[in-house]
Design a protein around this ligand. Structure first.
Ligand SMILES: *Cc1c(COP(=O)(O)O)cnc(C)c1O
Length: 348
């Protein structure tokens, strides 16, 4: 049976070329600042995003948490949309580790409307109220369904925030996908935030690793906090080499993942119009409202898995499928066919 594992784009296996790059990477103790492969990767990512410096972290969560704690003091707040990863995932890290409070605005499918954060932020709120010191934007938006934010919206948030003395952090775990889908350069996106975090371990296919970029002062401070959080690592050039290989060899192919998700969206839409609008499938994430076709999310996941298509229920109504480099053209076509057939027929 053909099996397409679309539960997440973190399920990739390192390719042979990637493994070879890891074997031959020069390494040193990175806590001593002596790993040349890590230093090169950090600078490569910072340059791509148009920022001064970068810092390699074991996870995207740590990269994002280092950024927000640089921008927000204890008892101050960050604001983000109600589906943001920083608020809904990372089990409350900003509050638990950094004493940060938060508020959110509502965003359909994670689409960024600049008026929402700019209208609700309260910089310099005085001694009795909570001061906003950071806006977090997410691009692409994960729980929103891989949504690509428009450059105009991102620029408007940056401008408005800057005028008010509020920082912007961009959670760019899948910024690579936004870049490939929209053609907007990474530097243009990078200019819309004071700090950006990116994952090498999602669609790019590295086994481990994220990078947070910002100015030199912020990154020096983040280096101290990374150690404090227990994220000071030693000969991690072998990991940075995998990430570097991914950037060189596995970035452009993200377009195949986007095409796979789009193909499935169109097949499903042809079977039932209400389950997904293909225009809202911007990248590699396919979010289906299966209740529109009479399914419960958990039952749909089980039925699809029985036919070799693995996805994940996100709540009672939505099911998520994510394309990645481990999905062959044959597996992708199989997924589109199976999902459309299941949507077409009512649950038993
Ligand atoms: C995956 C993800 C993260 C965190 O990455 P981890 O490496 O799993 O900690 C942060 N933000 C978004 C939007 C993500 O999808």
């Amino acid at each position: 049976m053909i099996v397409a594992d679309l539960r997440s784009d973190t399920l990739t296996q390192p390719s042979q070329g990637m493994r070879e790059a890891m074997v031959s990477a020069p390494v040193g103790d990175d806590v001593f600042g002596e790993d040349p492969t890590v230093a090169a990767l950090e600078q490569r990512v910072a340059d791509l995003l148009g920022h001064e410096r970068g810092l390699f972290t074991p996870t995207g969560s740590m990269a994002g948490q280092l950024a927000v704690r640089a921008h927000v003091g204890p008892g101050q707040e960050l604001i983000a949309d109600h589906l943001a990863h920083v608020l809904r995932a990372e089990p409350g890290a900003a509050a638990a580790l950094s004493g940060i409070t938060s508020r959110s605005w509502h965003a359909t499918r994670g689409v960024l409307d600049p008026q929402m954060p700019l209208g609700m932020m309260t910089p310099d709120a005085g001694p009795y109220m909570v001061s906003t010191t950071c806006i977090v934007v997410e691009n692409t938006h994960n729980f929103g369904g891989g949504t690509v934010q428009t450059l105009e919206a991102l620029q408007a948030v940056k401008q408005g925030a800057q005028d008010a003395g509020v920082a912007v952090h961009m959670d760019g775990a899948r910024l690579w996908n936004a870049h490939i889908a929209s053609g907007v350069s990474l530097a243009e996106y990078g200019a819309c935030a004071d700090t950006v975090s990116v994952c090498l371990s999602k669609g790019l296919g590295a086994p481990v690793g994220s990078v947070v970029v910002g100015d030199a002062e912020m990154i020096s401070e983040a280096r101290v906090w990374r150690k404090r959080f227990g994220g000071g690592m030693r000969q991690i050039g072998i990991l940075a080499a995998a990430a570097d290989y991914a950037l060189s060899n596995q970035l452009a192919r993200l377009a195949d993942d986007h095409a796979g998700a789009q193909q499935a969206a169109q097949s499903i839409h042809a079977a039932h119009e209400g389950v997904v609008d293909p225009d809202n499938v911007h990248t590699n994430v396919l979010m289906l409202d299966v209740t529109q076709a009479g399914w419960k999310a958990a039952d749909f996941v089980d039925a699809a898995a029985e036919r070799g298509v693995r996805g994940m229920a996100v709540g009672p109504t939505a099911v998520r499928f994510v394309w990645h480099l481990g999905v062959s053209a044959e597996q992708s076509a199989h997924a589109a066919k199976v999902l459309a057939e299941l949507i077409d027929r009512s649950p038993a």
